[in-house]
Design a protein. Structure first.
Ligand code: 1GP
Length: 255
């Protein structure tokens, strides 16, 4: 039977702390060694899991990066793949995403078919995730590379319909993605509309920078926020603590 230990742990965290904070590491942006102190301190800083992924593996040895991160991580390490080539054995789980807002078969099903046997072979826990790109200002890497159109920012009904389809297809997370470094994060009102429309836990990422950005999306119903770009190579633990504190809206003890 397929384990769902990492997913169950994320949901327990969401229930206990009000929401979860996921730190995204893109090994293509900076050498992994730059991130390792933050990875080691992750649990202490309030990070609930680490995502590792990139839209475009240009420079990094992705498998090695995951291995190094996992070797020092104090929280679960989850692959957030840009392609099936980023499926590597040393993580705890993988967001098994389908880019459901797009109509490009490569990211709807082809990459998944190529990757599934590796997920099984490596014993990774797959977390089925409906991945939705949301219009966010200038074109982002993920929009360009996936060759897919984002959902317009004001079209909450379209976002809700996609999220509900993800729920009915059995996906266990809905990820509203503005794209890494997005000029405009996913609108709070879209997060509110989607979160109240579906039962599937909602993840929000892309362009979030401040504790207020995180708190507003959690208040609107998101279960998890993701931040990468803003913390990359920065090493600012104080800032990380502020972001996680704003995300964990319930004052309870981590289990
Ligand atoms: C990107 O949602 C993530 O896939 C995080 O985005 O790098 O802008 O924080 P940022």
């Amino acid at each position: 039977m397929q384990s769902s230990a990492v997913y169950d742990d994320l949901i327990r965290t969401r229930d206990n702390l009000g929401a979860g904070f996921l730190l995204l590491i893109d090994p293509d942006k900076n050498p992994v060694s730059d991130f390792l102190p933050m990875v080691e301190a992750a649990r202490d800083c309030g990070v609930d899991a680490i995502l590792v992924g990139t839209s475009f593996t240009l420079y990094s040895d992705f498998g090695r990066a995951v291995k190094e991160i996992k070797s020092v991580s104090t929280v679960p390490v989850i692959i957030f793949p840009g392609s099936f080539a980023q499926i590597t054995p040393d993580a705890d789980a993988i967001l098994f995403t389908s880019l459901i807002s797009g109509r490009n078969p490569s990211y709807l099903i082809e990459e998944q078919v190529k990757g599934a046997p590796f997920v099984k072979k490596f014993g990774l826990e797959p977390i089925p995730t409906g991945y939705m790109l949301i219009e966010s200002g200038p074109l982002t890497s993920v929009q360009y590379l996936s060759n897919s159109m984002p959902i317009p920012r004001s079209k909450h009904d379209i976002a809700c319909a996609h999220a509900l389809a993800a729920q009915y297809l059995g996906m266990r997370l809905v990820y509203l993605e503005a794209g890494s470094g997005a000029a405009k994060p996913v609108p709070v009102e879209m997060v509110r509309a989607v979160s109240s429309y579906v039962n599937t836990p909602v993840v929000v990422g892309g362009g979030l920078c401040t504790p207020e950005d995180c708190a507003a999306r959690i208040e609107a119903g998101a279960s998890f926020v993701v931040i990468g770009n803003h913390l990359e190579g920065d090493g600012s633990f104080g800032q990380l603590r502020e972001l996680t504190a704003a995300t964990h809206t319930k004052d309870s003890i981590r289990i």
